[in-house]
Design a binder for this molecule. Structure first.
Ligand SMILES: [Zn+2]
Length: 60
């Protein structure tokens, strides 16, 4: 994991606030929060698969 501010890898977990990390290089403390899953990649793959299926139907 890289520091989002200075891109250094010297990160250490901090007890307070919960889930926070401290960058030893720039001394910033930040929290990484999980928001959810993005389905953009899955939707794109589904569109590509439909295109392949349509091609097979046209040839047969
Ligand atoms: Zn940093």
């Amino acid at each position: 994991m890289h520091c989002p501010y200075c891109a250094e890898e010297d990160l250490r977990p901090v007890e307070e606030p919960r889930g926070a990390w401290r960058c030893l290089d720039c001394t910033r403390v930040f929290v990484v929060r999980f928001v959810g899953l993005s389905h953009e990649g899955i939707a794109g793959a589904r569109v590509a698969g439909a295109g392949v299926a349509g091609g097979e139907g046209a040839t047969s």
